[in-house]
Design a binder for this molecule. Sequence first.
Ligand SMILES: Nc1ncnc2c1ncn2[C@@H]1O[C@H](COP(=O)(O)OP(=O)(O)OP(=O)(O)O)[C@@H](O)[C@H]1O
Ligand SMILES: [Mg+2]
Length: 433
Amino acid sequence: MNQVPLNPFIPHQPVKPDEFVGRSAEIFDLEQCLSHAKNGTPRHFLLTGDRGIGKTSLMDYLRSVGRSVSSDQKVNFDFLVADIILDKYTTTLEFIRKIERAISRELEKTEPARAFLSKAWEFLNRVEAVGVSVRSSPTEVRSDTMLRVELAHSLINISNRVCQKSDYRSDVISKQYDGILIIVDEADQAPKDLALGAFLKTFLETLHRERCTSVMFGLTGLPTAVDRLLEGHRSSLRLFHQVRLGCLRKIEVIDIIDQKVLDIRNQGVSKFDITDAAKEVIWMYSDGHPHFVQQLGYCAFEAALNSVRDSAVNYDREFPMDFCVQAEHVHQGALHREGAIQIMGDIYFEAVFRRLSKSNEKLLILRQLVESDGFELPRSEIKCLPETNDVDNELLDLCDSGLIIEDRLTDCYKIRYASFAYWLSTNTPGIVP
Ligand SMILES: Nc1ncnc2c1ncn2[C@@H]1O[C@H](COP(=O)(O)OP(=O)(O)OP(=O)(O)O)[C@@H](O)[C@H]1O
Ligand SMILES: [Mg+2]
């Protein structure tokens, strides 16, 4: 009896390192950062990209590299990796506590390690002992700057004991790490009061002054993470090597899909396939955005399963070995009422479109682009309402919103994601009154 295969696409969570596809240039870049840290010249990084573009998946991948052998550079890495996620309520004290918890979780496996760590983090206990909780502002007890400096000294102390380059031999754990990698995800969420830029600047400069080269920071977040850093301190940005994550290339999208084909064959459906035409349609709707690829693949797979169920075959007893996802399944999965385009629209387009749709000028521009070949028009062909006096401003707003992009070389404007054009056409027929 052949089981109904499980949908292999993963739109709901980051991919595991062994399912991660592509990004070789960015991986090379980030592995260089690890190599720098391993050699005593840490290069902190800031990874930015749009929502769903694969930041967390890439960090999960890097974390696995940080504890093993690099794929590209054939270097062995063994970092102590601490994971922090910021939210818009994170206070200075809570940020430090998150770092403390993440590092302690990794280290406190033996009694000597626990004793050492409790001493190393004594300042935190002192601050909390006078009644300041991690959620409240610590300013009355101790300035944020002092807390950052104390954090730096705690980490210097810990890295001296557990990392390779120090003169101390570790007496608290049985191994020596290459360094401590602190990954801070969702850095764009950092609240103003945290002053992330100032926090990291004081902190990293203290490490530098004390010649501590074993601690490395990796920040990830939306492109607005750059603003969060700049708000905190104008020069904080230059402390980071910036890596920008864009869409996947076509060959990488095909790789993701081919990996899913193998997955289903391994589930026992030996002749399973996704046709080349279906791959083309996934590419066409997704523009290489990894979440879109997974969502479209997921819905296409479900549509193909439904068509088997609707056919005469009773697949509960015997699932057809030549089960295949075709282009029509991708279209159905994308365009039906609860399909991929609607799901992507709810997540990515709805809120920003609702905000912009108060302006008739913007709606008119969007409609012209949606109705043009390739969703693209030269600036000179974009018409505006008679009462509009500044089309360039409207175009600028639309570019800032991420819905359209400008090609400066050709002086053309284009809908950024084809899926937005389909979503807009389905949801707002005749979008301008
Ligand atoms: N390299 C990749 N290979 C295959 N799938 C990927 C890859 N990168 C991301 N994905 C898929 O894209 C989706 C979004 O990935 P992820 O959660 O890592 O993005 P993100 O940028 O962290 O998103 P957010 O901004 O919402 O936090 C997931 O469904 C994941 O399966
Ligand atoms: Mg993420």
